[in-house]
Design a protein around this ligand. Structure first.
Ligand code: NAD
Length: 337
């Protein structure tokens, strides 16, 4: 099978590519990204062909790669909350417009698409656990620009679904719930809000900066270790008995439910175990900050985000297995050892 991974140099793409090369000698990967920093160790390996390319401009390269694959995973996107409020048009142009072009090519050339939706599409849905078939997608007013990410992804989901009906597109949508692990974000970048929450806390500790609890840190998230996420993706690619055909799957770990406040305290305590950051960890404080001050007025948050994974369990035979302690230990060892 020829697999095209666009955004292969990112967190999910790099971990997925490595797992495929280690587990599936019969699969070939064509990897497209603007950066190869996280996949240096994969370059030159058999079955791995890297093309450095920008999907915002190199349309022919991307179209040609789609034409030559069996399945495409378009993973290139901006997934940083700070960018949703600072440069919403850039988010729209990459996450929606550039990805729409790829998905339409896949429909034209009859290729299978495995597309990353997001837990953010459920937005402020009040359900106890989000369900792929019944939960509503609830976003805020237009002036809260942070929703442009959620809406871009939701619209991609709807277009892909519609292409399935109109053009017979073969697709699977997967919705990651806070996947965490090695190679997530570059924590040497000290900018506030530029990383996802776990790596933001690690970065702050590395730089001796306080950990900020935005609006009290009472927001609850379910953290999912990257190897569990990658296992689910490999099952989706395998598609045994066509079990992933035109399905939407939440891929998250409902057992790893934790508030951001508890997460900050846990990370600060665990950081004491690493010589590299021990002293900083003793000195940094956990402080409250309003979302307006941290992200700007265009921000709005989601209180609780818990997935139902019943569908992934029954159709894919997938269950997440890495608990919160292991997830944090593995991730912190990667960054601090
Ligand atoms: P990431 O930011 O780590 O990786 C994105 C990759 O895309 C980067 O390597 C980047 O260099 C590349 N890229 C950006 N612009 C590009 C361009 N113009 N041309 C070519 N490549 C470009 O993101 P990730 O965490 O790996 O996420 C992958 C996908 O999964 C995204 O669509 C994201 O929205 C979605 N997702 C991720 C999570 C999560 O928990 N990590 C949660 C929900 C959804």
């Amino acid at each position: 099978m020829n697999i095209l991974i666009i955004g292969a140099g990112g967190f999910i793409g790099s971990n997925l590519s490595e797992a495929i090369l280690n587990q599936r000698k019969d699969w070939n990967i064509t990897a497209i990204d603007i950066s190869s920093a996280k996949i240096q160790s994969l370059l030159g390996r058999p079955n791995f062909n890297f093309i450095q390319s920008d999907i915002l401009t190199d349309f022919d390269v991307v179209e040609n790669a789609v034409r030559n694959c069996n399945v495409v995973l378009p993973l290139a996107a901006i997934a940083s909350p700070l960018m949703y409020v600072q440069d919403p048009m850039k988010v729209f142009e990459l996450d929606f417009e550039a990805n729409l072009r790829i998905v339409k090519s896949a429909a034209q050339y009859k290729k299978r698409v495995i597309f990353p939706s997001t837990s953010e599409v459920y937005g402020m849905c009040a359900d106890e656990a989000f369900d792929e078939e019944n939960s509503c997608c609830v976003t805020g007013p237009i002036c809260k620009q942070r929703w442009i990410y959620s809406c871009s992804k939701q619209m991609m989901d709807r277009v892909i679904y519609a292409l399935g009906i109109r053009d017979g597109l073969d697709y699977t949508l997967f919705r990651p719930f806070n996947w965490i692990g090695p190679k997530l974000d570059d924590i040497t970048n000290p900018q506030y809000g530029s990383s996802r929450v776990v790596t933001q806390f690690l970065s702050n500790i590395l730089h001796g900066r306080d950990l900020n609890l935005v609006d009290g840190g009472n927001q609850v998230r379910c953290f999912t270790y990257i190897s569990d996420g990658v296992d689910a993706l490999i099952k989706i690619i395998e598609n045994n008995k066509n079990s992933a055909f035109r399905q939407i799957f939440n891929i998250g770990n409902p057992k790893n439910e934790m508030s951001i406040r508890d997460l900050a305290h846990k990370i600060k305590d665990l950081a004491l175990n690493y010589d590299k950051v021990k002293e900083n960890a003793m000195n940094v404080k956990i402080v409250d900050v309003s979302s307006g001050n941290y992200y700007g007025d265009a921000y709005q948050d989601v209180n609780k985000r818990v997935p139902s994974v019943a569908k992934a369990e029954s159709l894919l035979g997938w269950t997440p297995s890495v608990n919160m302690d292991e997830l944090l230990a593995n991730t912190m060892s990667f960054y601090f050892k």
